[in-house]
Design a protein around this ligand. Structure first.
Ligand code: GLC
Length: 410
């Protein structure tokens, strides 16, 4: 078993080396250079253009699992009706990888189909390098201090800011208080306890979510993906093998159901909602939906992710930034949408009603938020300490090398 793991990790290292050398690894049209010219010549947003904007703006995003987009879309359209401005929502599939493909196809065709796109935090470098986004630095500059710094960092590449954070994200360990006495302190204990008490569900399908789940354990174990200068793969390490082995053994010994190898966030949530699993790794949005599940209400709690025995703790920074396509025919109207979503009024609702973590610091002082999310202080700390995934214009290929190999191991 050990030998197979080493081989899987070695294969990932080989793919990483290729990605670093400029081959696009079959993952699409990625410009593997730094995108210098595109970045230098990027169109900059005119902040004043949102005043009095009219027309219909198309907002593209992944699946609206919590219903938040329907809620703000309605509020936006009511607010701007008399001005002649409205928003239309387009939903892409739930998987981050598929959302990216949908957006990439439209940008390659230079289609103005998505005025605003909710871009996963990992795509900033790629999209900016391709010259697909407006430079939103002038908008953020005016409000910089209101945001949690790591959220702004995810929208920053080569000194410019390409998106306005919509939500930020750090995963939690959900556990059943009627099955487990206290939140396990280490990943090793998580799996040991899960084995006897109904199992743990997480995101094990071959897609971005598995990269997050794996990195949380690998980084906690002390592993890394790239060297500090970003030039070499450091994937083939004993720490990364130990993390992979821990996850794969969990499936092998029944601590996690075999089906986790096909689960994305929605499937793990559905499994958790049946009431059988003792634990789940998921993002904060699942808190509200779990509270709304009669089988779970009052029977579960959440905790920060545990540590790796003998090593450290790590959370991975997730989230989505609202970016404006350079092919939009109405950048002023698009900015009005982006601005609406970054106001405290909507952000308080997003966190209190839909339990999505707000990137605005002020949200965590709101009484509605404190009431709806009793762990909001811990959440803020987790968000501020969460580690980013590797930053690279070829990040999608790097991630693919990870999740394909880890999925195979599972
Ligand atoms: C969440 C995170 C995002 C991550 C994705 C993986 O949507 O916010 O950053 O890439 O999950 O499935």
């Amino acid at each position: 078993m050990m030998r197979r793991k080493w081989m899987a990790a070695g294969a990932a290292a080989a793919v990483l080396a290729v990605a670093g050398c400029g081959d696009d690894g079959g993952g699409g049209s990625t410009d593997t250079g730094g995108g210098g010219e595109a970045i230098e010549n990027a169109k900059q947003i005119d902040v004043g253009s949102m005043e009095g904007a009219k027309g219909e703006i198309t907002y593209c995003q992944g699946k609206d699992t919590t219903g938040e987009t329907k809620a703000w879309g309605k509020q936006f359209n009511e607010k701007y009706k008399s001005q002649g401005l409205s928003v239309k929502l387009v939903e892409f599939p739930a998987s981050a990888d598929e959302q990216r493909t949908q957006f990439v196809q439209r940008q390659e065709a230079k289609a103005g189909d998505c005025d605003v796109f909710r871009s996963d935090v990992i795509w900033t470098a790629e999209f900016a390098s391709q010259g697909w986004l407006y430079d939103l630095t002038p908008y953020i500059e005016e409000r910089r201090d209101e945001f949690i710094q790591p959220a702004i960092d995810t929208a920053t590449y080569e000194g410019k800011i390409w998106g306005v954070p919509h939500y930020t994200n750090a995963a939690l360990l959900y556990y059943r208080t009627d099955k487990i006495d206290a939140a396990p302190a280490t990943w090793q204990e998580v799996y040991q306890q899960a084995a006897d008490k109904g199992g743990i569900v997480f995101q094990g399908a071959a897609y971005e979510g598995l990269t997050c789940d794996w990195l949380e354990i690998a980084y906690a174990a002390g592993g890394t993906v790239l060297s500090e200068d970003g030039k070499k793969a450091t994937i083939d390490s004993p720490e990364n093998v130990a993390a992979t082995k821990l996850m794969a053994d969990a499936v092998k010994n029944g601590a996690a159901p075999k089906a986790v190898a096909t689960y994305m966030e929605p499937e793990s949530l559905t499994a958790w909602q049946t009431g059988k699993p003792a634990m789940m790794r998921n993002w904060p949005y699942a808190y509200g939906l779990s509270q709304d599940t009669p089988k779970l209400k009052g029977k579960f709690d959440v905790a920060p992710l545990p540590s790796f025995e003998g090593a450290g703790t790590a959370a991975i920074l997730g989230g989505g930034n609202n970016v404006i396509s350079v092919y939009s025919k109405n950048p002023g109207g698009a900015l009005a949408v982006v601005d609406f979503l970054a106001q405290q009024e909507w952000q308080t609702q997003l966190t209190a009603e839909f339990t999505q973590a707000s990137p605005l610091k002020g949200t965590y002082d709101q009484p509605e938020v404190k009431k709806a999310i009793p762990f909001s202080d811990d959440l803020l700390t987790a968000l501020e300490q969460a580690k980013p995934r590797p930053v690279s214009p070829v990040y999608p290929q790097i991630s693919q090398a990870i999740y394909k190999n880890v999925n195979e191991a599972l």
